[in-house]
Design a protein around this ligand. Structure first.
Ligand code: UT7
Length: 324
C-alpha cells in the first residue's frame, strides 16, 4: 500500500492588510471599542488580511492551489483528487472544490468540500491520505480556504478582531516512502453551541443568525485539552515520542492557546510554527498557510517529523503526523 507524501505547498493572502490600529479605528466609527494593546495581549494577533467585498473563496483557493502545483512541479491535469476545506463556500452548491477545478481548466477528477471549520484542513488531509493509500488517487490537491470576513459580525468585538481571510494548499502524492504516518480526527457535536454560525437558507431567505458566535473561554479550554490529548494519541499510534517532533504546525487561533499546549506537551515554544501574528485566525486555511510559510523559509526540511493540528467549531479537532 502506498503512503501519501507532501510534495508541494502554496498559500495566498488577499493584499489588504488591516492592522489592529486600523481595525480599532474602523470599529470606533461603529461605537465598538477595542485596541491594539488588548488584541496583542489576549491573542498575539498584530494584523490580518481582509479580502475586498465580493471576493470568492474559490479565487483564494485557486491561487493557493496554483502555487502548490508549481512547488510540486505538477500540472493541474496530473491531479486526480481535489478537496477544499471551507466554512465559507462560494455557493450552497456546487462545491468550492468543483469551482477550483474549473478555474484550473481541468475536469474528470473527484472534487468535493469538507466542512469541519478550523479543523477542516486536517480532516481533508486525512481523507486524501486514506484515498491515496487505498490506491484511488495518485496526486491530491488539498486546500483550506476562507473568506471568513463574510461571516463576522463587525459589531461584536469578542469575535471580529480574531479572524482573517486566506488560503493554503498542499499536494499529497503516492509514494513508497512514508509521509503521513498517523492521523486522528475527533468531534463532539454536543459542544456545537460554543462556536457556531447558525444561519440557514429557507425559501430563498437567510433565517437564523448567519454570523459566527463564540464562547471564547469554553473554546479556549477545550482547544488546549483536546489538542494536547490528540498529540499524545497520534504520536503513540505512530510509535514516536512527542519529544521526537521537529516541528508542530498548530491551528493559529491564539498565542496563549499555543503556549499552554507547548507547556503541557513539554515541547519548546520555538518548535511551534506561528503565523497568527500576521495572518490572525484564517480557520481552515490557517494550518496550510503556516506550513507553507515554514516550508518556503526553509525551517521545514526533508526527513523531519511534523505534527499538524486543527481545532474548531463542531466541536472538532484532529492531528496529522508527517515525515517530510
Ligand atoms: O479557531 C478556533 C476558534 N477560536 C479560538 O480558539 C478562540 C479561543 N478563545 C480565545 O482566544 C479567548 O477566549 C478570546 C481571545 C476570545 C478572549 O480572551 P479572554 O482572555 O478569554 O477574554 P474574555 O472573553 O474573558 O474578556 C475579557 C474582557 C471582557 O470585559 P469584562 O467583561 O472583563 O469587562 C470583554 O468584554 O475583555 C473584553 N473584550 C474586549 N476588550 C477589548 C472582549 N473582546 C475585546 C476586544 N477589545 N476585542
Amino acid at each position: 500500500m502506498p503512503y501519501a507524501r507532501i510534495t508541494g505547498t502554496g498559500g495566498y493572502l488577499p493584499p489588504r492588510i488591516v492592522s489592529n490600529d486600523d481595525l480599532a479605528a474602523d470599529l470606533a466609527t461603529r461605537g465598538v471599542e477595542t485596541s491594539d494593546a488588548w488584541i496583542m495581549e489576549r491573542t498575539g494577533i498584530r494584523q490580518r488580511h481582509i479580502a475586498e467585498p465580493g471576493t470568492k473563496t474559490s479565487t483564494l483557493a485557486t491561487a493557493a492551489a496554483r502555487a502548490a502545483l508549481d512547488s510540486a512541479g505538477l500540472q493541474a491535469s496530473d491531479i486526480d483528487l481535489i478537496i477544499v476545506a471551507t466554512s465559507t463556500p462560494d455557493f450552497i452548491f456546487p462545491s468550492t472544490a468543483c469551482l477550483v477545478q474549473a478555474n484550473l481548466g481541468v475536469g474528470g477528477a473527484a472534487a468535493f468540500d469538507v466542512q469541519a471549520v478550523c479543523s477542516g484542513f486536517v480532516y481533508a488531509m486525512t481523507i486524501a491520505d486514506a484515498l491515496i493509500r487505498a490506491g484511488s488517487a495518485r496526486h491530491a490537491l488539498v486546500i483550506g480556504a476562507e473568506v471568513f470576513s463574510n461571516i463576522l459580525d463587525w459589531n461584536d468585538r469578542r469575535t471580529c478582531v480574531l479572524f482573517g481571510d486566506g488560503a493554503g494548499a498542499m499536494v499529497l502524492s503516492a509514494s513508497d516512502k512514508p509521509g503521513i504516518l498517523a492521523a486522528r480526527l475527533n468531534a463532539d457535536g454536543r459542544q456545537q453551541h460554543i462556536l457556531h454560525a447558525a444561519g440557514n437558507v429557507v425559501g430563498g431567505q437567510v433565517t437564523g443568525d448567519p454570523f459566527l458566535r463564540m464562547d471564547g473561554q469554553a473554546v479556549f479550554k477545550l482547544a488546549v485539552n483536546s489538542l494536547t490529548r490528540s498529540a499524545h494519541e497520534v504520536c503513540e499510534e505512530a510509535g514516536v515520542a512527542v519529544s521526537d517532533l521537529d516541528w508542530m504546525v498548530p491551528h493559529q487561533a491564539n498565542i496563549r492557546i499555543l503556549n499552554f499546549i507547548s507547556r503541557k506537551l513539554g515541547l519548546p515554544e520555538d518548535k511551534l510554527i506561528v503565523t497568527l501574528d500576521r495572518h490572525a485566525n484564517t480557520s481552515a486555511a490557517s494550518v496550510p498557510l503556516a506550513f507553507d510559510v515554514a516550508w518556503r523559509d526553509g525551517r521545514l526540511q526533508p526527513g523531519q517529523l511534523v505534527l499538524l493540528q486543527g481545532v474548531g467549531g463542531g466541536f472538532t479537532w484532529g492531528s496529522v503526523l508527517v515525515r517530510l
